[in-house]
Design a protein around this ligand. Structure first.
Ligand code: EPU
Length: 348
């Protein structure tokens, strides 16, 4: 076992930026992970964690040791008449897992079909689409804790899930490496088609009681029509988060822009950032080869494989303009790989 030096990450990030890792290692078991952590300690290398690369912003040269989970497996760990508990390895492909679960008669993941990336990344940004957030289907997350040097299981509460957020994204959760996730799925069909485009889709198709397979097929069709495929046009899905505002801010905005799409979000309101960017005239607009996608204004595309500086320069132009036109600050959704310093005094 030895990490690979000067490892190219060009094909391991869907934004298509040129990038190189100082060291890279893909681990397939806890034993391999412990071994490589020992290597990083003895070589004084910080760690960084990479999933499927579909929600990251990579520098041209990424220092330290990049770890990627290749832990596989889909096991039923509990079963009742109405529900099933599935423990799934972080290295499994997300979309393949959603389709496998539907084929096996399990319901819940259909709205999250076709999201790129690995299962292990799903709780980190709490992936969500078409009215469903993955946190609603997670019972627990098994992690390796680099501070305590042991395996731990975090229940759903401990994951501190929120919109596009969880403990794993924050500094207090950075030392946690996701290994396996336990999902709770329904055995009976209990689909959620509350999201407006899904409702519309089934009204048009005259289907009153869609199955999980019907919902998955609809989501796949809608995504393929609206979102660019990363294998054809480099992108990381939504580049910005939808801003969340309180009632006062919302009513001020609606006075000026009565048609602005917004959704309740607990006691607050989510505004469609795509609409703001679209209204500001950015749809299809490019600077130095980086562009706002012509069909979904929340997606930034990088067809010329520009490096991260150019992409961030473009994003800050969009942010500045939206601030100026609407008084709203847009937050970037994908993340840079945080560096985790290891405690060298830990016993090995
Ligand atoms: N809209 C525009 N212009 C556009 C695109 C959309 O005005 O170019 C308007 C639409 O008319 C709609 C509203 O904006 O009223 C919302 O659009 P959409 O339903 O496409 O969803 P979104 O809020 O832009 C979010 C997620 C997506 C997810 C979709 C569907 C975030 C940051 N993004 O986008 O997630 O697929 O909902 O649920 O929450 C991702 O995270 O990478 C991602 C693609």
């Amino acid at each position: 076992m030895k990490p690979l030096a000067d490892f190219p990450l060009d094909s391991m990030n869907t934004l298509g930026v040129k990038s190189k890792a100082e060291y890279f290692y893909s681990f397939g078991s806890v034993e391999e992970l412990e071994h490589v952590i020992g290597w990083a300690r003895s070589h004084n290398q910080p760690l960084r964690l990479l999933g499927g690369g579909s929600n990251v912003l990579l520098e041209p040269d990424v220092s330290g040791l990049i770890l990627q989970s290749a832990i596989l497996g889909k096991h039923c760990v509990r079963d009742t008449e109405s529900q099933v508990w599935l423990k799934v390895g972080a290295g499994e492909n997300w979309h393949d897992f959603t389709q496998w679960s539907i084929q096996n008669g399990y319901c819940g993941l259909e709205n999250l079909s076709l999201i790129p990336g690995l299962v292990g990344a799903s709780p980190i940004q709490n992936i969500g689409a078409y009215g469903v957030e993955v946190s609603s289907l997670i019972e627990s997350v098994e992690v390796y804790d680099l501070e305590q040097n042991q395996l731990r299981t975090l229940n759903k509460m401990e994951c501190e899930f929120a919109y596009r957020d969880s403990i794993f994204k924050r500094s207090e959760g950075r030392a946690l490496i996701v290994l396996n996730i336990t999902f709770v799925l329904d055995k009976s069909p209990s689909v959620n088609i509350s999201y407006p485009v899904l409702q519309q889709h089934f009204e048009n198709a005259n289907i009153a009681k869609p199955s999980a397979r019907d919902v998955a097929n609809a989501v796949i069709e809608i995504r393929q029509n609206k979102l660019p495929s990363p294998s054809e046009t480099p992108n990381v899905g939504s580049f910005f988060k939808n801003p969340v505002v309180d009632e006062d801010q919302l009513s001020q905005l609606l006075k000026l822009h009565p048609e602005m799409p917004h959704y309740t979000h607990g006691a607050l309101y989510k505004i469609a950032a795509a609409w703001l960017i679209d209204q500001a005239g950015w749809k299809g607009k490019a600077i130095a080869g980086v562009a706002v996608h012509h069909q979904q204004a929340l997606v930034v595309v990088n067809p010329e494989h520009q490096n991260l500086d150019v992409i961030l320069g473009f994003a800050s132009e969009v942010q500045r303009d939206i601030q100026q036109k609407f008084g709203i600050s847009l937050e970037i959704e994908p993340q840079c790989l945080a560096s985790i310093e290891l405690d060298r005094s830990a016993a090995w």
